[in-house]
Write a protein that binds this ligand. Structure first.
Ligand SMILES: [Zn+2]
Length: 379
């Protein structure tokens, strides 16, 4: 996938002073929607005390392909260290001749686990790539008396991990082949063990996804596909936009995620479409979201810089790329889709060859989101 062109829609940084709270209510009267849901998040109204973590759903991180893949191995030449007293010198001298370079995750020496072994240590001599992977003698690997061979056994070929481990699972698999260093990403580990989010945060997630589900239902009542989306500023917990799929045969691009990004743009004084025919599609005008200033201080922000999107269904490739362009911070979705471009295929959120990446979590109210697919059949 080639480098993305720069997005054409930048978030407007300065708002006209005339845009104020009144315009929100003017808009609500004009479009016939309930502005109060954007003024005060539903979850805040309900939150009277710290909720118990009794969710029937799990937040599951959608990792990158690199984090999910199994360990790839590569061949190296290793040898026994016959005299432990020589180990330190051998490591120093061998490392000077054959530095591990890009493979610094490999530990040079490992303890020999076999009880029947005559030696207790083994060490990597050099990579076997480019050397024909044939068994070589130690004098072939270290010609011209480069190395004092005292205490070193004959070389043997073995397999070691090609890449540094990114998750604890990868680390455990890698270490079963050869000792490696592991710089644990605590955030990933916490997410995988279900400890990343507090009960209060999960309650907020549920409220936001409930709003997306309601939007999907409103859209379905107008004959749209039952998919809903919500954009939230996590710094303020304000709901910036609520939208649903608006493909009604007129515009095939108006998937729920595309609609919701455009609604955020509408709130910033831009936007490509108008949604007066869709009362389920709403946005918070910029005046009311500007008190979040952090994202406006570090360079020009994009439409969704620092924001979260909740989607009832895993986004397709077009929407996932639109989320890249809009610089979304995190995406939470409920149900998987066979055309999904995050966990199902492509992993667009985490590709190294794109110029923005975002975190993705799935499983929020998954059953309810899956059930949305039945609406168009029942109604
Ligand atoms: Zn889509």
């Amino acid at each position: 996938m080639s480098q993305l062109p720069e997005p054409t829609h930048f978030r407007i940084r300065f708002l006209p002073a005339v845009i104020c709270l009144n315009s929100l209510f003017d808009s609500s009267r004009e479009y016939g929607w309930d502005a109060s849901i954007l003024m005060e998040p539903d979850c805040k109204r309900r939150k009277t005390k710290e909720p118990k973590d009794a969710c029937s759903w799990q937040v599951v991180p959608v990792l990158s392909e690199r984090e999910l893949q199994s360990v790839t191995l590569m061949p190296v030449y290793a040898a026994a260290v016959l005299d432990k007293k020589e180990a330190s010198r051998l490591v120093k001298e061998v490392s000077a001749i054959y530095p591990l370079g890009d493979y610094s995750h490999l530990k040079r020496v490992r303890a020999c686990g076999s009880a029947n072994s005559l030696h207790s240590l083994e060490m990597i001599l050099c990579l076997a790539d480019g050397k024909g992977k044939a068994l070589r003698t130690v004098s072939e690997l270290f010609p011209n008396s480069q190395l004092d061979l005292s205490g070193l056994g004959e070389p043997f070929l073995t397999q070691v991990p090609l890449n540094p481990p990114l998750t604890r699972l990868q680390y455990e698999e890698a270490a079963s082949h050869w000792p490696v260093t592991f710089h644990e990403n605590k955030r990933i580990s916490q997410a995988l063990s279900g400890c990343l989010f507090t009960a209060s945060e999960k309650a907020s997630m549920q409220c936001h996804m409930e709003l997306a589900i309601q939007a999907a239902q409103r859209g379905a009542r107008q004959g749209m596909r039952p998919v809903g989306a919500v954009v939230v500023d996590p710094a303020t917990e304000r709901i910036l936009a609520v939208g649903h799929d608006c493909r009604d045969g007129v515009n095939p691009l108006l998937h729920a995620a595309m609609v919701c990004i455009d609604l955020v743009a509408c709130g910033q004084g831009g936007g490509a479409y108008r949604y007066q025919d869709y009362p389920g599609c709403t946005f918070l005008p910029l005046a009311d979201s500007l008190d979040q200033s952090s994202s406006c201080t570090d360079g020009l922000p994009y439409i969704c810089t620092g924001y979260d999107m909740y989607l009832t269904r895993e986004p397709c490739a077009m929407c996932a790329m639109a989320l890249v362009h809009s610089r979304i911070e995190r995406v939470f979705y409920g149900a998987p889709s066979p055309h999904g471009a995050l966990a199902t295929k492509y992993h667009i959120h985490s590709r190294k060859d794109l110029n923005h990446r975002y975190e993705v979590y799935r499983g929020i109210l998954e059953d309810q989101c899956r059930n949305l697919a039945q609406i168009s059949i029942l109604e």
